[in-house]
Design a protein around this ligand. Structure first.
Ligand SMILES: Cc1ncc(COP(=O)(O)O)c(C=O)c1O
Length: 381
């Protein structure tokens, strides 16, 4: 029998059966009134998740598409941009802006740490005027959350735009797009929204639109003015993935029935359990507690065996963990605790990880990590 795959990678995350079932509904035409009502309904619900009254678009792409849509629509070649980089995805954001011809100033922070707001403040106060600041909210490559509210407070009342990648946090965390002053907020479907890959969500503020109107769009597919024009009528400019939208309707239903605050609390609790569990296995975590991600935890595996450990637990138990990216390749494992998972699965994954460590000769005491996670979970039932 083919081994069951247990997805503990930070996206794609497991899809609830109700969501999978909803996606099997017969496809409907995308230029009719029933489609328009669906798109309007979904847009409004996703706006609630974003905590925004800004325009919001449901794009047919992965999250990188939403990041590219934001950049190509709001930046002219030669525009000065500050990219705050705390890991691989911060680098990607900078690379997209560079590809679009922006003059990118990279402000790099040690991987495993968050953006140092004082450095950003100093740069904004003393350096040349910037068109935009780019920041990753939840740096999935290290499991670190950046303080977007603080970055927003620095640029909100200035002409500088704030572009945020919230691909691996939106839906799992209390993210206040409008309150924080985010002009372009991007995320995608295959993380906390519990859907397969293929949809991206992007919000645009009035300040963002003022810049978009001055930029000649360099992408046809992602020309946001085309998305706005069709969106007003309840449509997408190009053929949308209707099946994923049916799934989104169900996924949002699950999230709102549970309650967003409850969803956020559950992610924080899982993160605490997983962190306690991994530490009890003797592993060093990449991120300190003060900026630890509620959706993904990264841990160092000594002696260069991170990928061997991942291969072993996948082969023997079907446990899929992510590895390190960029400079952390081969030295860490990343375990997701995002979306459609539960205590039972998380405890199982930790137990299997202990077995994998044991098999590779690490001095782990079987059950030690599970016990710490259990203790954490029982404290916060
Ligand atoms: C923080 C972050 N940004 C961007 C991306 C890229 O998104 P996608 O793979 O949906 O294009 C990811 C994917 O893991 C991510 O975690």
């Amino acid at each position: 029998m083919q081994r069951k795959q247990h997805l503990f990678i930070p996206g794609p995350t497991p899809v609830p059966p109700e969501v999978a079932a909803a996606m099997t509904r017969p496809v409907i035409g995308h230029r009719g009134s029933d489609y328009a009502s669906l798109q309007r309904y979904l847009t409004e619900k996703v706006q609630q998740v974003f905590q925004t009254k800004n325009d919001l678009f449901i794009l047919t792409s992965s999250g990188t598409g939403a990041m590219e849509a934001a950049v190509t629509s709001s930046l002219n070649p030669g525009d000065k941009v500050l990219a705050l980089i705390t890991g691989q995805f911060g680098q990607r954001f900078a690379a997209i802006a560079e590809r679009c011809g922006a003059e990118v100033e990279r402000m790099e922070f040690p991987w495993g740490e968050a953006v140092d707001i004082e450095k950003v403040r100093a740069r904004l106060e003393h350096g040349p005027q910037l068109e935009a600041v780019l920041v990753t909210h939840n740096e999935t490559s290290t499991g670190v959350v950046n303080d977007v509210a603080a970055v927003g407070a620095l640029v909100k009342d200035t002409p500088t735009l704030l572009l945020v990648d919230a691909v691996s946090s939106m839906g799992a965390m209390d993210i206040r797009t409008d309150e924080w002053g985010v002009d372009f907020m991007a995320t995608s479907s295959q993380k906390a929204f519990m859907l397969p890959p293929g949809l991206a969500f992007l919000s645009v503020s009035p300040k963002g639109w003022r810049k978009v109107e001055k930029v000649s769009p360099r992408s046809f597919y992602f020309d946001l003015t085309a998305w706005r024009e069709s969106g007003v009528k309840g449509f997408s400019p190009w053929t949308p993935n209707v099946s994923l939208l049916f799934g989104l309707e169900k996924a949002l239903d699950l999230m709102f029935t549970e309650g967003l605050e409850q969803v956020w609390a559950r992610h924080r609790r899982w993160a605490r359990g997983v962190r306690a569990g991994l530490r009890a296995m003797g592993l060093e975590l990449v991120a300190e507690d003060k900026w630890a991600s509620p959706t993904v935890t990264a841990a160092y595996i000594p002696d260069g065996q991170a990928d061997a450990l991942r291969a072993a637990v996948k082969r023997d138990f079907g446990l899929c963990l992510a590895g390190g990216k960029g400079k952390l390749a081969g030295s860490i494992i990343r375990m997701s605790h995002m979306g459609y998972v539960d205590d039972l699965e998380i405890l199982g994954a930790l137990a299997v990880l202990e077995l994998g460590l044991k098999q590779l000769g690490y001095p782990v005491k079987l059950g030690a990590g599970v016990a710490q996670a259990q203790a954490q979970f029982i404290e916060e039932v």
